[in-house]
Write a protein of this length. Sequence first.
Length: 415
Amino acid sequence: MDLSHISSALGIVHSLCIERGKNAEVWDEEGRRYIDFVGGIGVLNLGHGHPAVVEAVQRQVETLMHSAFNAIPHRGYLEVAKALDAFVPVSYPLSCMLTNSGAEATENALKVARAATGRQGVIAFDDGFHGRTLAALNLNGKVKPYKNGLGALPGPVYHLPFPSRDSDIDADQAMAALERLFEVETPIDEVACIIVEPVQGEGGFRLLCADFAARLRCLCDRHGIVLIFDEIQSGFGRSGRRFAFSHLGVEPDLTLMGKSMAAGLPLAALAGRRELMDAIVKGGLGGTYSGNAVACAAARVVMDVMSESNLREWGDRQESLIADAHRRWQASRRFPMVGKLTGIGAMRGIVFEDTATATGSEHLMALLSAARDAGVLLMPSGRRRNVLRLLPPLTTEPDILNEGLNCIEQALETL
Ligand SMILES: Cc1ncc(COP(=O)(O)O)c(C=O)c1O
């Protein structure tokens, strides 16, 4: 593959060129078939080329490709906004803006929180990920590769340890860090917002501790801080619910969505309480392409399909096949590098441990390559790049899912 005209800063995981895809299968330019457990990094919860999405997109292309909503509204944007109000399980009426990417949704959430509170401070979490644009990347709880060599970044931003049954941090430890923050780093009344992923994606598929989420909600209510849940990777069915915050029993003030929202077309959203979303002056939100008509047509279908489907059943089915394979690999004792299973529903990670022969990250990198040779495409995550994240479409046929898991087992044998 000739990458001579591509910036080397794009860290390409698999050196092959995909030509076509169907649900959980893809074919490269040489005609080789792979099972796709990357899913466009969580974009393809409904798989490659879902027939209802394809039909809606084709119809839309023939009718209206684009209108800049800020200038001249179009029906697709209005319908997506209305559909989101029904689809996102919060207790208040939802007001939204559509964006092109998750990072753009994050940026706009920061603007809304600043305008609504008149404050600037942001609290984010170790190992969190919210995008690669300048303000968003400063929220990421990881320096390399996001912050190196970029100088001063928009702040102030403070990071807390992420409490999870999947990490070594519990709710009390995270609360203690929060208390320290307000004693040592910043007055609480200078904090505009707290941003957190209900299940960390890039950070290694780790579920936020529900008890801590409840405490964050109380703190935000008491001190007028905006609570933002980033559901860009965990939303649209991945966790076995429409949004992962349903597992926490806590609702956010603002929700970030993206990735699987439009089944592969570039669309994301910032949605939340009207009084917050209206805090910015007219003209302060928007964008030329954001809420593109074709992407909106796809998003409408995604929400229809997901509303009519049993997401819990999809999540349970995938969870049980992955958990069975993981149990088998651990029980066999042949793969000492295979550590614990993280995450929830169909948002599952497998930690790769250090052994006498290699670090967990080295094992995982070797696995990625061997698994590709065996016929399945995989993606790493985690601060140390030692967590395998599994993102097959939720619609993956059980046979194909098992075939992909068997390819992983075959690859494990080679480590
Ligand atoms: C939780 C989360 N937030 C934000 C983003 C950024 O989204 P995008 O790549 O669409 O800008 C991502 C992307 O991986 C993500 O996983």
